[in-house]
Write a protein that binds this ligand. Structure first.
Ligand code: NAP
Length: 478
């Protein structure tokens, strides 16, 4: 089954931070793929901007040599021909006139801010002052979107001074992952699950985003953020919203985002005993967190697990257990729906019964597994066993279907003007509003997170968070 490609309208994409890591690793390779499959029109242009002095030719050469290391080789020459470059300091005056002169009036105009968060507001203001932010141009803002409610509000205000909400695209690249969008398809395009998708039939939900790596290369940023700000407030909460939200009336940006917002607003405050913070110690896999960030007194968490309650009619009494951490056993993201047992047991009790579960694997091996109970083959009574009904999307869809990287999808959505997979300002603020008191409590107490072994599933206390409720996490890497 081949992917269906709908070409987008001609565009000028101004990529601030074009010489940076994200631009080279994700945004430009993503655009190169979209060019290869014919989604980018011939007259689309990408104008890179950064302070580094170089000619457009030198920029094209540097991008070509970066992309030559990837699988974007077939159309490399044609793709780099779409690139231009303007050397510009976003905090000064140099380069802005040159940028203005390159922009066309009759095409979609998008500004992608792949720069440090401290530069988001100054860039928006300059685009406005210089008349580059036309009424239908778009601005794309990378994460982190603030570090608390106050800073997120200030950033929203700064962006809205220059752009309307319908022009602002706040990236959470998790939403661009095919499998994350599949959560909505599974729930709302099948009649099978939705009747069961509530507290009557679901015992609990587990959401895990585990990383095998430590803080490599991001020590300073991470030690000021921690797992709660870096992963929980955005990616995990988005996964929670997609899992817990009501069906939107239409698949339209505001209808979807209204429903996600309601989930965040329905979250109860979390008592301290329902939260576990961890920090990896040294082990066979490498140095400790404290050694990696070079701060022996750091109380920043590299792991966090929480038990949450979504206080509404659908979810009353069904907890959501969320966890994320670094230096864990495997790199894995999944949503696990654990169903309740049948109301009446007619078969002999099964040892180690885990019950029905729907496991939505977001990465790696994107796909879905339904754990079912069947009869164990053989004579001699009715013994039961559990088996997986397993589907890997790549296998099910056929070898020639490519699962595009999140950034490919998201950048094309910006050009198309589709905000469904981007966070609305009130959604981001509500997420900070909910998590701020939790983080403030930790910072006031100054407690050290509990240590855990690198290569493990996280701290013992996180296992206990479930054990004390008579439940257990699905093994990371099982
Ligand atoms: P980076 O490698 O440090 O790149 C920063 C870019 O900004 C460079 O191109 C730099 O080029 C440019 N820049 C810095 N100051 C400038 C100024 N005054 N005027 C114009 N250009 C300036 O950062 P990154 O890792 O690509 O991250 C960019 C953004 O994406 C950040 O907000 C980050 O939080 C977010 N993000 C990154 C990742 C990732 O995997 N890297 C993942 C998620 C989110 P010059 O030095 O040449 O000016």
């Amino acid at each position: 089954m081949a992917s269906h490609v709908i070409p987008v309208a001609p565009f000028d994409l101004v990529l601030f931070g074009a010489t940076g890591d994200l631009a080279h690793r994700k945004i430009l390779p993503g655009l190169c793929h979209r060019h290869a499959v014919g989604q980018m029109p011939a007259d689309a242009r990408i104008i890179g901007c950064a302070r580094s002095q170089m000619t457009p030719e030198e920029f094209r050469d540097s991008v070509a040599s970066a992309l030559a290391q990837t699988d974007c080789v077939d159309n490399l020459d044609a793709f780099v021909a779409c690139l231009d470059y303007v050397s510009l300091d976003v905090t000064g005056d140099r380069g802005w006139d040159e940028l203005a002169a390159r922009l066309r009036d009759d095409v979609v105009r998008a500004f992608y801010l792949s720069v440090g968060p401290g530069l988001f507001a100054p860039i928006a203001a300059r685009l406005d002052q210089r008349g580059l932010a036309t009424p239908d141009s778009r601005i794309v803002v990378e994460k982190p979107f603030g570090r608390d409610l106050a800073s997120a509000r200030a950033l929203n205000r700064a962006l809205r001074n220059c752009f309307g909400e319908s022009q602002i695209y706040r990236i959470d690249h998790y939403l661009g992952k095919e499998t994350v969008q599949n959560v909505m398809a599974l729930r709302f395009a099948n009649a099978l699950f939705e009747p069961l998708w509530n507290c009557q039939h679901i015992d609990h939900v587990q959401i895990t985003v585990a990383e095998k790596l430590g803080v490599e290369g991001r020590e300073d940023y991470y030690d000021h953020a921690g797992a709660a700000r870096d992963m929980f407030q955005n990616h995990l909460m988005q996964l929670l919203c997609l899992t817990a939200m009501e069906p939107p009336s239409r698949f339209e940006p505001n209808a979807v985002r209204d429903e996600k917002l309601k989930v965040i607003r329905a979250l109860d405050p979390v008592p301290p005993e329902d939260i576990v913070r961890g920090q990896y110690r040294a082990g066979a896999h490498g140095r400790s967190y404290l050694e990696e960030v070079g701060n022996p007194d750091s109380t920043t968490e590299s792991f966090v697990a929480m038990k949450l309650h979504v206080s509404n009619w659908r979810w009353g009494g069904t907890p959501f257990y969320l966890r994320t951490g670094k230096r864990l056993r495997e790199r894995l993201s999944e949503i696990v729906i654990i169903f309740r047992d049948p109301p009446h047991a007619i078969f002999p009790r099964m040892d180690n019964r885990r019950g029905n579960a729907l496991i939505i694997r977001l990465q790696p091996d994107e796909g879905v597994t339904l754990r079912m109970t069947i009869k164990e083959p053989g004579p001699g009574g009715m013994r039961l066993t559990e088996v997986p009904l397993d589907m890997t999307f790549a296998e099910a869809l056929g070898a020639d279907v490519e699962i595009p990287d999140a950034y490919e999808r998201l950048v094309m959505d910006v050009i198309r003007g589709d905000q469904t997979l981007f966070m609305r300002g009130d959604e981001v603020e509500a997420a900070w509003e909910w998590i701020d008191p939790i983080i403030a409590r930790w910072e006031e107490a100054g407690d050290r997170p509990v240590p855990y072994d690198p290569g493990s599933s996280g701290p013992e206390d996180a296992l206990m968070l479930m054990h004390r409720d008579g439940r257990r996490w699905r093994e990371i890497g099982s």
